[in-house]
Ligand binder design. Sequence first.
Ligand SMILES: Nc1ncnc2c1ncn2[C@@H]1O[C@H](COP(=O)(O)OP(=O)(O)OP(=O)(O)O)[C@@H](O)[C@H]1O
Ligand SMILES: [Mg+2]
Length: 308
Amino acid sequence: MELAIEALSLQKRYAEVQAVAGINLQIARGEYFGMLGPNGAGKTTTVAMIYCFLPIEGGELYVLDMDVRKQARAIKARLGVVPQENNLDEELTVLENLLIYASYFGIDRQTATKRALAQLEFFELTAKQHVDVEALSGGMKRRLTIARAMMNEPDILILDEPTTGLDPEARHYIWQHLKQLKKTGLTLLLTTHYLEEASQLCDRIVVLDEGRILEEGQPAALITQHVGATVIEATLPQREHDSLLQTVQALLNGYMVIGETLYLHPGYNITTVLAKVQEHSKVETLTQRPANLEDVFLKLTGRRFGGA
Ligand SMILES: Nc1ncnc2c1ncn2[C@@H]1O[C@H](COP(=O)(O)OP(=O)(O)OP(=O)(O)O)[C@@H](O)[C@H]1O
Ligand SMILES: [Mg+2]
């Protein structure tokens, strides 16, 4: 397997915060890889070390077989980066943003113009090419930032929370574009706290929390392994939880509790578990739904993904 990115015991600390606490990563070329984690998990710190913006502190880090400590310039030339904060030049037009960015890579004007027009076409921004960036919608700005990151024809595209703050439609639209780029053999590394984004786009993910990797695998496989196909949610007063659990626990793969809600993982015993829950007189609401990565996170940390 040819690796795009390899991290060994990677570490970074800010004063008293151990932002990245010794993580190991192996990302194959052509893979779409996701780093999933709540606020403060260490996602931005990790990717910023990968794109040679922050120096690494401990461990080793190789990008396209080059050492970030020694070959930062050569690495940067082969990466496209979409940072978490928008850093487009709002006063310039869409096209000018792309051309100026290309000039940082020493790309000649003619090639740059050709690439810029092709990127604008791909990201459906051609009609906006002469418009100032400040007049674009949030979704268009994000598409433009991705187009800009593609100007140097990178081998690896790094996206730090590419759809945070966008509405669901704009988010889906970006997913479509990113999915199309997979055919070109591009390697994609994205961070996200949208579990659906990871499920939709990523071949493989790591779940990061407090600077450590909690779990790694294919999204669907992680769900099957930790939770099973289905989750039954039952709400009832906390003092009644034990009496319900007594009747179903032997039938479950596992369960989680948040407040008044019990999240039951019935495995293959869905019908039997549902019947037992329905029989319990104190159950107030009962729903059955497909398991998702949120359930995995909850199982791994005892917390909801969005925070404590
Ligand atoms: N420049 C800094 N100085 C001090 N502490 C920092 C700095 N940047 C990040 N941290 C801390 O390091 C930890 C990891 O932060 P990081 O930004 O990497 O997390 P993240 O997963 O990207 O979070 P978010 O989802 O909020 O973007 C957090 O505890 C954060 O407060
Ligand atoms: Mg971040």
